[in-house]
Design a protein around this ligand. Structure first.
Ligand code: MGD
Ligand code: MGD
Ligand code: MO
Length: 709
């Protein structure tokens, strides 16, 4: 394969050379799936990007980047970057490919898709997520293509849909505190998040608050990098957050740490004739919750006291909720229970009080302008849930399911590594009768199963525009360098594929810059984006100080009529995990699989300098659980359950609590120890709301394979 690049950035941009070209700085946006969405400054010398730095002029970025993205040039100029289209030359999944021309690849792909579309376009499925969070390289031209085709819809649930639906049913949308005001909070509860690893620029605000005397409390089964830097750590069992939140309410009620006026005016469902949230919470004494959560009752009382005293002293208490806690069966209910807390104490009255899970609902993205649902011409294709892609690929045609899936087009995602129950996912992608096209930067685990791999541009090579889910700024990304090799933008690939399919609508001719402008229309000053790279949304400081929640009732809905109509109780409750700790003698350990700090989902695993830091796949295990199994630190262990097994290096670690092991993710399967990763063990069960995956609701057993070297 001739896809190594011939230009070494160092050789071309020799700092000592008299011919040194003038350096140009280009403003961009970090494309990665992370709440921080940083503003980037790329230094370009002679057409080569030599450095990527955080923009010092962008307040949230503050000139600081995470370790991963500061290596962006290493990823862009990686010797294994895909630089030309590839066609499968060996058996499915063998990873053997030969280069082909774009023309040949696109003509053949269209020739394969046309007869399927003629029989039933729903047999074609897009599979994409947030490899780039860009609105343009995400679902714009791709959305148009699949709408025009009439392909199956994809339910994009793999990350945040349980928590997102919970917010929707409680606050009325993915809305909350503005992140910068955490700097003024007096109590910050970091709930289900390893901020230092996954939300570094929030952590900077939390540090500012800490210096000003704020107390920081972390709620997480794992003693993460963040937990160890907080004043307190509550290491509850996975999937027990709703029980903890209800016990907090119990304490707020019994001590009367309540803002009765706020509750009366701005909430729904506190005291109802047939039972409200108050009555439900009173069933959750700290002792009852302590038994469920596996933490001391005193710790729950103390947390409630801290939260309640903030209210008494009129000090702002803030909750940084994050998606870690909703990857379990009851994740939606738990997020709902937590989202109710600031309304009970009236924390919303202060701009530094309240809760923030996601700010993405605040961005006025014109999805219809980007994806053009009118191209569906009234069709309503079926929906495939990306979190159960393993089952979907193996499902035969039926009246209920619809046609068997015959073709999958993957972009911005690596499902073979990241989707749950990989055994099934691999079996699905390995189907000889499945036609698979993968748009990628690298030959990932998923690309190994492709019939065609199409080389895509990276963020340094294309235009895009970004909202965020952890702050409230819009960012523009300008291309810093020309596309590498024969790589094309996602948009261009779908434009050309549309032409090969015979789609003649003028919307397939729009340029990326036009798409950038259409994303927010006149809601955002595009000239400002061009000038400075970012623009802050005009929003109130304390959005719910006087209620005005974007719910149907305008109130914070403890009781959700919509959930009640769907057969739920309508009030948040604790739902035990599908696979709750202590319920199986065969698989006695609960496993969570949070991200390793130097990877971003499965992105960056192939960047050597970052992989070298993580070294190899690790399972953190508590000393007691290790001793029971004769496991020593550094030993290779087999982790297994009814769905499969994988091998990792055991690390006896205070980061793991008794009864819970941490299988750090998400390794590329082929770069792991035995060609699998942690998702070999996770299940395709779904969350209570939002049809999301339950990565952290998984029982396993661990067995020693070798002694430590
Ligand atoms: N470095 C890095 N940054 C990332 C990512 C990455 O892979 N690497 N991923 C990005 C993505 S896609 C997302 S969605 C965000 C996610 O951002 P967060 O939701 O903040 O996710 P994590 O940092 O993964 O934190 C999850 C934490 O939840 C804990 N946890 C697991 N189960 C439970 C539980 O039942 N209850 C509670 N309370 N805690 C639990 C885990 O131990 C872990 O520390 O981060 C983004 N940022
Ligand atoms: N066990 C376990 N599994 C998990 C999680 C966990 O915590 N534990 N986390 C889950 C979460 S929160 C998420 S969000 C998902 C994430 O899953 P994915 O969204 O699949 O994320 P990545 O693994 O980062 O893969 C993104 C891919 O997109 C490619 N890409 C990036 N930019 C572009 C582009 O412009 N064009 C094209 N064509 N490709 C591009 C990258 O090279 C990369 O291979 O994983 C989930 N899986
Ligand atoms: Mo995610």
């Amino acid at each position: 394969m001739s896809n190594t690049i011939s230009i070494s950035p160092k050789a071309k941009a020799n700092p000592d050379s008299e011919l040194k070209p003038a350096a140009v700085k280009v403003l961009g946006a970090c494309p990665h799936d992370c709440p921080d969405t940083c503003s980037l400054v790329t230094t370009v010398e002679g057409g080569i990007a030599t450095r990527v730095q955080g923009n010092p002029d962008h307040p949230h970025t503050g000139g600081v980047l995470c370790n991963k993205v500061s290596r962006y040039t290493e990823r862009t100029y990686h010797p294994e970057r895909l630089l030309q289209p590839l066609k499968r030359s060996g058996p499915k999944g063998s990873g053997q490919f030969e280069p082909v021309s774009w023309e040949a690849a696109l003509a053949d792909i269209a020739a394969r898709l046309k007869p399927i579309a003629a029989r039933d376009p729903e047999a074609i499925v897009p599979y994409s997520y947030a490899g780039t969070m860009g609105q343009v390289q995400g679902e714009s031209m791709a959305g148009r293509f699949f709408n025009r085709l009439g392909a199956s819809f994809l339910d994009r649930t793999i990350c945040s849909s349980a928590g997102g639906e919970a917010l929707m049913q409680t606050l009325g949308g993915k809305v909350g505190m503005r992140v910068e005001f955490f700097a003024e909070s007096k109590l910050i509860i970091i709930w289900g998040s390893n901020s230092i690893g996954s939300n570094l620029h929030f952590w900077r605000y939390a540090q500012q608050a800490k210096r000003d005397g704020a107390k920081l409390i972390c709620i997480d089964p794992r003693k993460s990098e963040t937990a160890e830097k907080c004043h307190e750590h509550i290491a509850l069992l996975p999937g027990t957050d709703a029980a903890l939140a209800l016990a907090l309410m119990h304490e707020l009620i019994t001590h009367d740490w309540l803002d009765h006026d706020y509750i009366a005016q701005h909430t729904l469902g506190w005291q109802d004739p047939d039972g409200g949230l108050r009555e439900r919470a009173l069933q959750w004494s700290p002792e009852r919750a302590a038994a469920v959560c596996g933490v001391p009752a005193e710790q729950i009382r103390s947390l409630a006291r801290d939260y309640g005293e903030c209210m008494l002293n009129k000090q702002p208490a803030a909750i940084r909720l994050n998606y870690g806690m909703q990857r379990v069966r009851g994740g939606g209910n738990a997020a709902r229970a937590i989202a109710c807390l600031p309304a009970l104490t009236g924390a919303w009255r202060h701009r530094a009080g309240g809760v923030l899970l996601s700010s993405s609902g605040l961005f006025p993205v014109d999805k219809a302008a980007l994806q053009r649902p009118d191209l569906l011409k009234g069709r309503q294709p079926r929906t495939i849930n990306m979190s159960t892609i393993g089952n979907a690929l193996l499902e035969p045609a039926s009246k209920q399911f619809g046609p068997k899936i015959e073709a999958v087009i993957v972009y911005n995602s690596n499902p073979v590594a990241v989707a749950p129950e990989s055994g099934k996912v691999v079996q699905g992608f390995a189907r000889e009768d499945l036609f698979t096209v993968v748009l990628e930067h690298f030959q990932t685990d998923t690309a190994d199963y492709a019939d065609y791999i199409l080389p895509a541009t990276t963020q340094l090579e294309h235009w895009d525009v970004h909202g965020a889910y952890g702050h409230t700024d819009v960012l523009l990304n300008r291309p810093a360098i020309a596309p590498m090799g024969e790589a094309k933008t996602n948009t261009q690939i779908f434009r050309e594929l549309a032409a090969h399919m015979g789609f003649t609508e003028p919307c397939f001719l729009e340029s990326d810059e036009q798409l950038c402008r259409a994303t927010f229309g006149d809601k955002v000053d595009f000239q400002r984006l061009l000038d400075t790279g970012f623009a802050t949304l005009a929003l109130p400081d304390a959005p719910f100080a006087a209620g005005n929640f974007p719910t149907a009732s305008g109130r914070c809905e403890f009781f959700s009529a919509r959930l009640a109509a769907e057969g739920e109780s309508g009030l948040p409750d604790h739902l035990p995990n599908h696979e709750a700790a202590g319920t199986s003698a065969q698989f006695p350990l609960a496993m969570i699989s949070p991200p390793a700090r130097n990877f971003l989902n499965s992105t960056f695993v192939n960047v050597k300098s970052l992989r070298d830091i993580e070294a190899e796949p690790v399972l953190e295990i508590h000393a007691d659980d290790a001793a029971l199994r004769g496991i020593t630190s550094g030993a290779i262990v087999k982790v297994f359950n009814q769905r499969g097994e994988y091998r990792v290096k055991a690390e006896i670690s205070a980061r793991a609590r008794p009864g819970v092991v941490n299988g750090m993710g998400i390794w590329w399967r082929k770069l792991g120890l035995d060609g699998t990763n942690v998702n070999q063990l996770t299940s395709q069960h779904l969350t209570d709301m939002g049809r999301g995956p339950v990565f952290y609701d998984c029982l396993v057993e661990v067995q020693r394979e070798t002694q430590a070297a």
